[in-house]
Design a protein around this ligand. Structure first.
Ligand code: 5GP
Ligand code: ZN
Length: 115
């Protein structure tokens, strides 16, 4: 997809600190980290968000990469939070499906904050 920053990162046209890569997904550190560890996992092909048109093999690859990335970032033992913001109400800001991995310190129990 043209003008999509995550497609550009997936195509190595835009720089990112890449943590993990396979045929289907790429993981890289978030540019504005909200935790000591904040890494994003994306499918290399473009999907806007967590919609029904995302093939099961892509979802499998995406979520299979999560524990691998957590281990590479050193948070697999301490724990981490996995978040997917999908669509307007979730304040998704980049319209290319991505999984947030957050860790590196204790987080509060809640995960939903309505405005
Ligand atoms: P969302 O709000 O869509 O769930 O999350 C998008 C995330 O992408 C944000 O945490 C934001 O900091 C991150 N982000 C936006 N642009 C870039 C970029 O160019 N490079 C990297 N590494 N992260 C980005
Ligand atoms: Zn894209």
């Amino acid at each position: 997809m043209e003008n999509c920053i995550f497609c550009m990162i997936a195509g190595h046209e835009l720089d990112a600190r890449v943590i993990y890569e396979d045929d289907t997904v790429l993981a890289f550190d978030d540019i504005t980290p909200q935790a000591p560890v904040h890494t994003l996992v994306i499918p290399k092909t473009h999907f806007d968000n967590m919609s029904a048109d995302v093939p099961v093999d892509v979802l499998t690859a995406l979520f299979s990469a999560v524990p691998k990335v957590a281990a590479l970032k050193g948070v697999d033992q301490s724990g981490y939070r996995v978040i997917v913001n999908s669509g307007r109400d979730a304040s998704q800001s980049v319209a290319h499906l991505h999984v947030h991995i957050l860790g590196g310190g204790a987080m509060s129990h809640g995960m939903v904050h309505f405005e």
